[in-house]
Ligand binder design. Sequence first.
Ligand SMILES: [Zn+2]
Ligand SMILES: [Zn+2]
Length: 287
Amino acid sequence: MEKEQLSYGSDYKPIPATSITSGVGIEVIPDLYCCNVQIVNICLVGKPESKDFILVDAGTPGSADTIFSMVEGRFGVDSQPKAIILTHGHFDHVGAILELVKRWNVPVFAHELEMPFLTGKECYPAPDPSVEGGMVAKLSSLFPNEPINLGSYVQALPADGRVPEMPEFKWIHTPGHTPGHVSLFREKDRVLIVGDAFVTVKQESLYSVLTQELEISGPPRYLTPDWQRSWESVKKLEQLRPAVAVTGHGLPMIGKDLEGNLSKLANDFDKLAIPDYGKYVGKNMKH
Ligand SMILES: [Zn+2]
Ligand SMILES: [Zn+2]
């Protein structure tokens, strides 16, 4: 593996914005720890005393040291996950992954349809700075968009829904935000690791991102090219009736709060999530 050309996208660089909760971890339930890294969340799944855990998603560019210290803080010095699962390959979910795989030498798994974006073959559609929303949307053309190359570290998730090293979880295909976006679901306690299929902060708005004000929202608007499929994915997740949801952006949402907000989002996605204007918004999507 050493000889492979692993690389970040040529435009990868640290982003300047950091929320007030950056560096803060929340134990949502005993084996699910959700940590905020600048503007995005990573999840550590596993009980701290077992030393047996998985990392879901890999932070913003330049955040490797933050992630290493979060992992050590929870699982002890020299601990490392058995694998890294990616909900999708956007820059703020793979931003530190090369440092992580080089130190830990662990496999990375993502949906098959996400592979071109993780092996240097294809760029995601460009972000849309013209989309309805706030300052983060307007700045989104500055975000890294070139594909990362994880070489043979990255493998496709098994087609049957199993999640390697996470036997109690199944992956759910939730495309729209990206073609191979997945969420992870555990039936026994209805825990859902959402990724960006929906989020709990208005990610377009700089104020909301910095303060992490809790509000259910569709996927980040500036990076979502397929709104119809995004809606179908939200409906699919709502039908799972999750009791706990941790999202790629924003604070965890649980219980009645989650149930009410998610059903509202699934029913009124056209009004609540689909922007009024933007280059990826079709004429017939609203109402
Ligand atoms: Zn994303
Ligand atoms: Zn994201």
